[in-house]
Design a protein around this ligand. Structure first.
Ligand SMILES: Nc1ncnc2c1ncn2[C@@H]1O[C@H](COP(=O)(O)OP(=O)(O)OP(=O)(O)O)[C@@H](O)[C@H]1O
Ligand SMILES: [Mg+2]
Length: 277
């Protein structure tokens, strides 16, 4: 099914940004493995690497020397998403990032529609997908704003330890500002606990605190009014940390691991979700 070139048809497509300005929480691991799981379900998935670290691109085996068009060119040189797409399989493709992307923040600062560059790129040519999954950098700058302008759903990966909620206020405030000023369709749809360890008492306390916070926003006009704390918990699993070195998803690298089981279940939960509700 073609998406009209005149605009993004969000009825046909779910666009999910993995967002948390805190580093090392599981954004990239989730982007890669959720993307792979959805592609296994025969959903057409486009992964977009918006992090100058390029961890997602590396995880997928893309060498910077083989990347001619990346998110940097899309944002700064008018290259279309289609031109920058690198197919990985029938259902999975990636728009990769290289370290040049760090310069885009400065280059775009005085440009018009600087926050909409990524979303505008979608409108240039028809691109079809069931899911766009955007891997945000651990910051709140222009690269993140561009990600949030293309997304309709924000998924927040979180670690259940005592610093987990630190920074949440700024994260939520950023989403509110984007929704008010740049992208009315933005909603925080899901909170995902990653690197989860069920044993420590603290895990239970943090999980409960997050659930209570989300419940207290029901009926409000905040972007997280319909968010849900996902039932699926991604357990800490060493295989998930090893897989990037082999340029493989967890399903290819360790199909019988806890990580593989958890991301498989996550994909089912995401498929069952009604976006924004
Ligand atoms: N469930 C898990 N079990 C074990 N290791 C994990 C798990 N999830 C992620 N990791 C590892 O933790 C590190 C951080 O994960 P990841 O890169 O996904 O976080 P991130 O939020 O994308 O980080 P950044 O903010 O730097 O982009 C990586 O080395 C990754 O392999
Ligand atoms: Mg990352």
């Amino acid at each position: 099914m073609e998406i009209p070139a005149s605009g993004i048809d969000f009825h046909l497509m779910r666009s999910i940004a993995l967002f948390n300005q805190k580093g090392g929480v599981g954004k990239t691991t989730t982007a890669v493995n959720l993307g792979a799981a959805l592609a296994d379900e025969k959903k057409r998935v486009i992964l977009i690497d918006m992090d100058p670290q390029g961890n997602l691109s590396f995880h997928l085996g893309l060498e910077p020397s083989n990347i001619h068009h990346s998110t940097y060119q899309v944002l700064t040189q008018g290259v279309s998403i289609k031109q920058a797409l690198h197919p990985l399989s029938d259902y999975l493709s990636v728009v990769p990032a290289v370290s040049d992307l760090a310069g885009a923040e400065v280059e775009l600062v005085n440009e018009s529609r600087r926050e909409h560059r990524l979303a505008d790129a979608w409108k240039q040519e028809s691109v079809t997908a069931d899911f766009i999954i955007i891997d945000c950098p651990p910051s709140l700058g222009l690269l993140t704003l561009n990600s949030l302008c293309l997304a309709t759903e924000v998924m927040i990966p979180l670690q259940a330890h005592f610093l987990a909620l630190q920074g949440m206020a700024r994260l939520l405030e950023t989403c509110s500002l984007v929704k008010d000023r740049l992208n009315q369709k933005l909603a925080i749809s899901a909170i995902l606990f990653c690197q989860y360890e069920s044993a420590p008492r603290l895990t239970g306390e943090v999980t409960e605190e997050v659930e209570n916070f989300i419940e207290s926003a029901r009926g409000s006009d905040t972007p997280w009014a319909h968010a849900r704390v996902l039932q699926t918990r991604i357990r800490r699993n060493i295989k998930l940390a090893e897989a990037p070195s082999y340029s493989q998803s967890i399903f290819a690298y360790a199909p019988n691991s806890a990580g593989s089981a958890d991301y498989g279940v996550l994909a089912q939960e995401i498929l069952e979700m009604k976006p924004g509700r």
